[in-house]
Design a protein around this ligand. Structure first.
Ligand SMILES: [Zn+2]
Length: 220
């Protein structure tokens, strides 16, 4: 199994990207935790040991899959070290979705979600009928953790860990901008994952980011 790691701030499109991939090939750790009624809505993190064991179990059970996209994992340095210990050779690409803070806050504060996993935004991805899910017809709602205060807290946790995690995946790292042409960028990333052909993401990369720059990044 090839493993792709999807890393980016809340609202950067990780879930929307998952919708463009074949069913079962995208694992969102956040959804997995919500399914188990684990509350991470205060922006804090669940223990590394617990998440590591959850992911390890899932990867072992699904080892026959051709590829898997991990969304929201690793989220701490210790998770990154754990993943590398067990799956170093399987990790294909570390995809970093980059987006400014202002854009992240706007996306999350105006996001509407459905129980079926779809999410909408009035500017980026409006539903056809106001307040109703296109896919299943259910009423849309706002997640209780999609507030400006919580998103700012989540962003600061995210940034604190980001550079530490990044250092562990320097040789697999690809930085992709999802600030503009949001939908088009996600489509290109999906095509890249499905085909393994890097040409799809060449023009939306924030390159060149060489090893030296990443090292510098890590020292900040
Ligand atoms: Zn729905």
């Amino acid at each position: 199994m090839d493993i792709y790691l999807l890393f980016g701030p809340p609202g950067s499109g990780k879930g929307s990207l998952g919708k463009l991939l074949p069913k079962g090939s995208h694992l969102s750790i956040g959804s997995l935790l919500r399914e188990q009624n684990i509350d991470c809505s205060n922006g804090k993190l669940v223990s590394d040991e617990y998440i590591n064991s959850l992911v390890l179990k899932y990867l072992k059970q699904n080892s026959q899959k051709e590829f898997l996209v991990l969304d929201g994992y690793p989220r701490t340095e210790s998770q990154a070290i754990f993943l590398k210990k067990y799956f170093q050779d399987r990790i294909k690409t570390f995809i970093h979705l980059s987006c400014s803070d202002e854009e992240v806050i706007d996306r999350v504060c105006f996001r509407e979600t459905c129980n079926c996993g779809c999410s909408y935004h009035p500017r980026l991805k409006p539903s056809k009928r106001v307040g109703i899910c296109d896919a299943c017809g259910s009423m849309l709602k706002k997640r209780s953790d999609d507030t400006k205060e919580i998103i700012q807290e989540r962003l600061s946790v995210y940034k604190k860990e980001k550079n530490k995690i990044l250092r562990h995946f320097q040789d697999k790292y690809v930085d992709v901008s999802v600030e503009r042409d949001f939908k088009e960028s996600l489509k290109k990333i999906a095509q890249f994952i499905l085909s393994g052909n890097e040409n799809y993401i060449k023009d939306i990369r924030n390159f060149p980011i060489g090893r030296d720059q990443i090292k510098q990044f890590g020292r900040e």
